[in-house]
Design a protein around this ligand. Structure first.
Ligand SMILES: NC(=O)c1ccc[n+]([C@@H]2O[C@H](COP(=O)([O-])OP(=O)(O)OC[C@H]3O[C@@H](n4cnc5c(N)ncnc54)[C@H](OP(=O)(O)O)[C@@H]3O)[C@@H](O)[C@H]2O)c1
Length: 285
């Protein structure tokens, strides 16, 4: 990774590495451990935290709310997501209010449409713009949008104010490199990679067993998981949000920002897990 922050099209600076929180906050008995993991991350310098109203029906947001208590809010970069069925005039304002209450804050740095639903894009964009005006959110973006969805979004009034697209991207699933990633780069929109660890290899079993991944891990004295992170962060227009409920793993993931894969190492990973040579439609988890 060559830069720790990335400039968004509205001038804001966004950290390139943060913490995901899907499934966190859902089990009462893990509360202390998960709060400690998030706090260890913030103490180490992580500023970006990604969540959604969907995660544990607000429980993930609530866990973050408790974890960030006592920290300087202005140093954090909080991201949440609205359900597609809440992303219209009738419901979005209530949704954002609940999210802010859960997070115990009065603004979001970034608010994402979680995936495309039945509400017309024009209406969602209008609402997002209003939320920016009201100071409830500093910026907005989308998630799970493929290239055609992005083109359509940019054709609606103020659609070009979208600052990121959050999509599934890891070493074993590189379809976005064919057209979405170049398209986003051309439009100065970073790609936020979710599941950058392929859910600890669950999404693709051969990743962590790969001799190439293991060899590169050995050379750098790092873990295979850190190789996966270094791989997505090798692309300059990519932000990654690995999730862990364990402080030790959070810190390992944070240290991945310092790893510089050589072009030769990148080439070896590229050969072991090639990007498709034709359009593949965006996968979703
Ligand atoms: N927009 C969307 O539609 C969407 C969809 C999916 C995810 N997301 C976002 O992206 C985030 C990341 O995706 P994800 O949570 O699905 O999967 P992920 O980050 O690829 O993988 C999480 C898994 O990796 C393990 N792990 C993390 N760091 C590790 C380390 N250093 N060593 C060993 N194991 C490690 C975690 O277990 P431990 O807790 O034991 O460390 C957990 O089982 C989510 O949390 C969420 O914020 C967004």
């Amino acid at each position: 990774m060559n830069k720790n922050e990335i400039k968004l099209s509205n001038g804001m600076e966004m950290p390139r590495l943060g913490m995901g929180t899907w499934f966190l906050g859902e089990k009462k008995q893990k509360d202390d451990q998960e709060t400690a993991a998030l706090r260890a991350g913030i103490d180490a310098g992580i500023r970006l935290i990604d969540t959604a109203e969907m995660y544990g029906d607000g429980k993930s947001e609530q866990l973050i709310g408790r974890a960030i208590k006592g920290y300087d809010r202005s140093r954090l970069f909080l991201v949440s997501k609205v359900y597609p069925h809440n992303a219209g005039r009738r419901k979005i304002f209530k949704s954002v209010q609940q999210t802010l209450k859960n997070l115990q804050t009065d603004y979001l740095d970034l608010y994402l449409l979680h995936w495309r639903g039945a509400v017309p894009l024009e209406e969602t964009v209008e609402c997002m713009e209003q939320l920016v005006k009201e100071g409830k959110i500093r910026s907005w973006g989308v998630s799970n949008f493929d290239t055609d969805d992005m083109r359509e979004l940019l054709s609606v009034p103020n659609g070009d104010h979208c600052v990121v697209d959050q999509v599934l991207y890891h070493l074993g699933l590189r379809g976005v490199e064919y057209d979405l990633l170049p398209w986003l780069e051309e439009h100065q929109i970073p790609l936020m990679a979710y599941c950058p660890l392929a859910q600890a290899g669950d999404l693709q079993k051969d990743l962590l067993k790969s001799s190439t991944v293991k060899e590169i891990a050995k050379i750098h004295n790092i873990t295979p998981m850190q190789v996966l992170l270094a791989f997505v962060l090798y692309q300059p227009n990519v932000i990654a949000i690995p999730r862990s409920g364990k402080a030790e793993h959070v810190l390992q993931n944070w240290n991945a920002r310092k790893i510089r894969l050589t072009d030769v190492e990148y080439g070896l990973l590229d050969k072991a897990f090639p990007a498709p040579k034709q359009k593949t439609y965006l996968d979703i988890v």
